[in-house]
Design a protein around this ligand. Structure first.
Ligand code: GDR
Length: 326
């Protein structure tokens, strides 16, 4: 039975990946930080097959202990401060967890012996936020980075240190440059879920309006359930490499809002949306659109869910949740 160790297990991607790997016959271990972590209760109920293991990306000895205990074949580093807006307020914490956390995990793998014989395969969750103020469109694995937030800067460090450890120590370490990926498990702080949940609540008479920031930025949005399959596929190749994972299409926040309201039969969405500068970011990423050619050709990976279908799925889920009082 192959063994997988996942950081960020309680997040959206951790949940999808745990489910996917369990379906493939893996023994799944999930790193859980903090004492009495409230998300653990939900995890135990929904994913009883995941064994929780204590650890923290800020604490190298805890990572070493976790690897010694779990003896994994594959490590997926999904743990991070992942909310871009928060990273402007907690820049140092973001650099420590989202950036240095990657270095600590790589060091932990070397310490428990994985580097010498390539026995532990490592996946790093890199991000399209690294492209930031994009140098070319669409973005590929060769597009230079120009991050626009402390989060993006930390992810660039994480990405670069993975390449460096791969080249320096011959580690089987891969980065997936994942563009935005969403779904019913997305946290309410991210714009897709914020919109679909608010639309459901407005439809049910539980809320009057949605307050948003910039409606003009464009994102390449896919379904998280599709994207975790690419993570796994990267670690099954003969050689480690980096891959862009995206749909190759882009939509604005305004498109998202229009599509979501249309799901509940509201066309005059402008009457329900207010913009507030507090949701604007000090520096914005205006346009993201990825070129997933390499992932398609080398991994045989293709997104199955396109954006309109994704919005439909998320609104339907939020309608079901909100109508039974969550
Ligand atoms: P992003 O996702 O920053 O792209 O990073 P998010 O959903 O937070 O923002 C997307 C865009 O929407 C605009 N926006 C708002 N965003 C939020 N959260 N709330 C609002 O009210 C709002 N109004 C407008 C933002 O300005 C932005 O342009 C996500 C995260 O999951 C990262 O961790 C990941 O690396 C990348 O996707 C790929």
């Amino acid at each position: 039975m192959p063994r997988a160790f996942i950081t960020g297990i309680t997040g959206q991607d951790g949940q999808h990946l745990a489910e996917f790997l369990h379906g493939k016959g893996y023994e799944v271990f999930g790193m859980v930080k903090g004492q009495n972590n409230p998300r653990m209760v939900q995890m135990r109920d929904e994913f009883p097959y995941v064994e929780p293991v204590p650890g923290d990306l800020a604490d190298l000895p805890s990572l070493v202990k976790a690897l010694e205990y779990t003896q994994p074949d594959e490590v997926y580093n999904l743990g991070a401060i992942s909310f871009v807006a928060l990273s402007f307020n907690q820049a140092e914490l973001t650099a420590n967890i989202t950036g240095l956390g990657v270095l600590r995990m790589l060091e932990a793998i070397r310490m428990v012996g994985g580097a010498q014989n390539n026995s532990i395969r490592f996946y790093q969750a890199s991000s399209s936020e690294m492209f930031g103020k994009v140098r070319e469109t669409p973005q590929t694995e060769r597009t230079p980075f120009h991050p626009r937030s402390p989060y993006g800067c930390a992810k660039v460090f994480g990405h670069d240190i993975v390449v460096n450890y791969r080249e320096s120590y011959d580690m089987f370490a891969c980065s997936g440059i994942l563009f935005n990926h969403e779904g019913p498990r997305r946290g309410l702080e991210f714009v897709t879920r914020k919109v679909t949940n608010s639309v459901a609540r407005i439809h049910l008479g539980l809320q009057q309006e949605i307050v948003l920031g910039n409606l003009d930025s464009k994102r390449d949005w896919g379904y998280a359930g599709d994207y975790v399959k690419a993570m796994w596929a990267m670690l099954q190749q003969d050689a480690p490499d980096d891959y862009v994972v995206a749909t190759g299409t882009t939509y604005s926040i305004e498109d998202l809002v229009r599509l979501a309201f249309a799901e509940v039969g509201i066309e005059d969405w402008q009457n329900y949306v207010r913009q507030d500068p507090k949701f604007y970011r000090p520096a914005e990423v205006d346009l993201l659109i990825g070129d997933p050619t390499k992932a398609r050709e080398k991994l045989g990976w293709e997104p199955e869910v396109q954006f309109p279908e994704l919005v439909k799925m998320m609104v339907a889920n939020d309608l079901a949740l909100e109508s039974k009082g969550r």
